[in-house]
Design a protein around this ligand. Structure first.
Ligand code: ADP
Ligand code: MG
Length: 259
């Protein structure tokens, strides 16, 4: 199981939208996918129409109350299971603070799942902060995909998260962590701003930046309120095509790595 964490400490940049549509996209391609909603706001959980009040979140597994496998629930999508989030998860920041293994706990509880072969991919959606949840998700991952909004403040945020990835590697929490990609979101090809932000990112991250840019699209922003992915909400639209292209690029990158 290859684990990709979707991270950016800024909110509203498309982490959740990308987590949902990438995970379902990969599942649609016939791969087995586990989606871990690691944000107490639970937008991925509700956006998938998966909110089951009784389902445990990863909080219970992190505190050794429930084995991680028992936290997994099925979704209505073939090949896609989820570990749901709920507000309990925010307690992790307090409960784990000060524990020696705080950052490695998620990595350790995921290890048996990773080795089991039950899933091909795990996508982790993270909250918009640099706290224990986010750093744990980086420590548990093989690589990070950073969604980046096409605006100037996005670039400042990028420098910060790249620094955090470097720290996670250097401190030994996860020396093998890779920057798997930078995905430009809410792209508007008619504006000079979008083009110049992309040019700036390309200058420093020519390899990492995804060729696909996710366009700003009302259809994409509407879809979670219907509990639908973009593939169902507007299958023929530019948003669905963009996320299919993101999925294809993601799988190509992964296959190139695996060789
Ligand atoms: N490509 C897009 N075009 C238009 N709206 C988008 C797009 N991607 C996400 N959104 C909307 O922007 C808001 C923030 O996106 P979200 O994925 O929740 O970001 P994050 O998880 O980083 O906070 C949501 O309302 C979402 O529906
Ligand atoms: Mg989110």
């Amino acid at each position: 199981m290859h684990i990709t964490t979707i991270a950016n400490q800024k909110g509203g940049v498309g982490k959740t939208t990308t987590s949902i549509n990438l995970a379902v996209g990969i599942a649609n391609a016939g791969k087995k996918v586990l989606l871990l909603d690691f944000d107490p706001q639970a937008n991925t959980t509700s956006g998938l129409g998966a909110s089951d009040e009784d389902a445990p979140s990863a909080y219970e597994a992190l505190l050794d109350q429930t084995p991680i496998r028992e936290c997994i629930t099925k979704t209505r999508y073939e090949n896609l299971d989820i570990i749901q989030a709920n507000m309990d998860l925010s307690g992790v920041e307090i409960e784990l603070a000060g524990k020696d293994d705080q950052i490695l706990r998620l990595r350790n509880i995921m290890a048996p799942l990773k080795e089991s072969g039950d899933y091909d991919f795990c996508i982790i959606d993270t909250p918009p902060s640099l706290g224990i949840l986010m750093t744990s998700a980086l420590a548990a991952a093989d690589d990070v995909l950073i969604p980046l909004q096409c605006e100037w403040f996005g670039l400042e945020g990028l420098a910060k998260i790249v620094q955090v990835i470097f720290q996670i590697k250097e401190t030994g929490s996860n020396p093998a962590l890779e920057l798997g990609g930078i995905l430009m979101t809410m792209y508007d090809g008619r504006t000079n701003l979008s083009k110049s932000v992309v040019a700036e990112v390309e200058q420093y991250f020519a390899e990492e930046i995804y060729k696909t840019k996710v366009p700003r699209s009302v259809r994409i922003s509407e879809s979670p309120s219907h509990g639908l992915t973009i593939y169902e909400h507007d299958p023929g639209g530019v948003g669905a095509q963009a996320y299919r292209d993101v999925r294809d690029e993601y799988l190509r990158r992964y296959e190139a790595l695996a060789k």
